[in-house]
Design a protein around this ligand. Structure first.
Ligand SMILES: [Zn+2]
Length: 323
């Protein structure tokens, strides 16, 4: 039932019906509706803040899981970074030093250092920033790992080259000499066996019975194998590369010919007394970059440190050479 409102008209002195215009009615409706909307909005936003919808709960749980995973990944990346730093250190300070390669400059390895520092600040970043920075850090780690891998490849090459070099450099005695009794004369000024005057003896003499095998002291190529009645007599010259050559003189017979490749320990010929010689022996020379050097320093594969000491003393004693 519709309510009718009256008001007291002071001019007519009567109660009269109150007529509300349509405009005022509309304004009132509008006021009510907007108040309802605002109230509803406030109510909704408060409830959203305080109460989680099921979807929100699920998302929140996902974020927690992702955070845990991210932390685990960050720990793992820190581990990898520590291991990589240790490898880089060993590479620069040890491996590359041993094999005489210059260390990889930090500038080549870096580009990554600033990124590392960024990692520690990531906690305060938003998810998207964290993902971007983590991706960048991962790139940097991969970059450093690839540089390290290349360095190891190079060292591997160097080791292989050194192995070849170590196999080539003269490192054993040219005749079997277990008790070191075969050293007859050392390198340097010795009494000439024929003229009996002091002369420079440019090699080491190993006295041994005729026919004792003479061995190549390192890998190489036979540069000369000549028969002769004077000087070195029947002698063999081996070129080892790396600036090294060895000469074996006064052979009874030679087993090799010029151009042949020989390995350390291969028989080159047999002890004799051909050329300028006073008895069966092997005159052994080591030539380094064109200069004749004391062979006593080139037996490191053959002698223990104690044996080397004894060998030095024997070779130093003022013997007469066999030439
Ligand atoms: Zn000699």
């Amino acid at each position: 039932m519709k309510k009718v409102k009256y008001f007291y008209n002071t001019q007519t002195l009567k109660y009269e019906k109150l007529v509300v215009s349509l405009r005022v009615k509309l304004l009132r409706i509008l006021g009510f509706v907007s108040a309802a909307i605002v109230t509803g909005f406030i109510f909704l936003s408060v409830s959203y803040r305080v109460l989680d919808s099921p979807k929100e709960k699920r998302l929140r749980r996902e974020i927690e899981v992702m955070n845990e995973r991210y932390e685990a990944m960050e720990d793992r990346m820190n581990e990898v970074r520590t291991q990589l730093s240790e490898l880089e250190h060993r590479d620069n300070e040890i491996y590359r030093v041993i094999f005489e390669a210059s260390p990889i400059p930090d500038s080549t390895r870096a580009g990554s250092r600033e990124k590392e520092e960024e990692l520690s600040q990531l906690q305060s970043f938003s998810s998207s920033e964290i993902i971007a920075s983590t991706g960048a850090l991962l790139q940097e780690l991969l970059h450093r790992i690839s540089i390290q891998a290349k360095s190891y490849e190079k060292i591997d090459d160097l080791v292989k080259n050194k192995q070849k070099m170590l196999a080539s450099i003269p490192a054993i005695q040219p005749v079997a000499n277990k008790d070191l009794k075969r050293i007859a004369s050392g390198f340097g000024y010795r009494i000439d066996p024929i003229y009996k005057t002091v002369k420079y003896h440019s090699g080491l003499d190993f006295a041994a019975p005729s026919g004792t095998p003479i061995y190549a002291t390192g890998d190489g190529v036979v540069e000369d194998a000549s028969a002769s009645d004077v000087g070195y007599g029947n002698h063999v010259l081996v070129n080892h590369g790396y600036g090294y050559k060895t000469l074996y003189g006064h052979m009874l017979r030679m087993k090799v010919k010029s151009g042949m490749t020989v390995k350390r320990g291969d028989v080159l010929g047999w002890v004799g007394s051909t050329g300028k010689s006073t008895g069966p022996h092997c005159h052994y020379e080591v030539v380094k970059n064109g200069e004749k050097v004391d062979p006593v320093y080139f037996f490191f594969n053959d002698l223990s440190p104690e044996e080397f000491d004894r060998m030095l003393k024997i070779a130093r004693s003022g013997n007469q050479s066999f030439d």
